[in-house]
Design a protein around this ligand. Structure first.
Ligand code: SF4
Length: 76
């Protein structure tokens, strides 16, 4: 399945990665990529604000970012 390097870079993506409602909100491809690398496609996904809400059964708004900010604010 995933790659298993000797570097310890074991990819363990978030289970919402296939259908995260945040993705279509992004017009800035670079910004989205940064979030994917930092949260969605890394072992840090449990720290994602969206993931925390979704795991508790609350669907987060589409513009909530993994760092707890909203998309509108971060792209001033
Ligand atoms: S933004 Fe959060 S909930 Fe959505 S796929 Fe990435 S880590 Fe998962």
């Amino acid at each position: 399945m995933g790659q298993s390097d000797s570097n310890g870079e074991n990819t363990n993506p978030c289970r919402f990665v296939q259908k995260c409602p945040m993705y279509p909100q992004f017009k800035n491809e670079f910004g989205l990529r940064m979030f994917k690398l930092t949260y969605c496609e890394s072992t840090n996904f449990p720290q994602c604000a969206r993931y925390k809400l979704a795991s508790q059964g609350t669907m987060p708004p589409g513009d909530l970012l993994p760092n707890g900010r909203t998309l509108a604010r971060s792209t001033q």
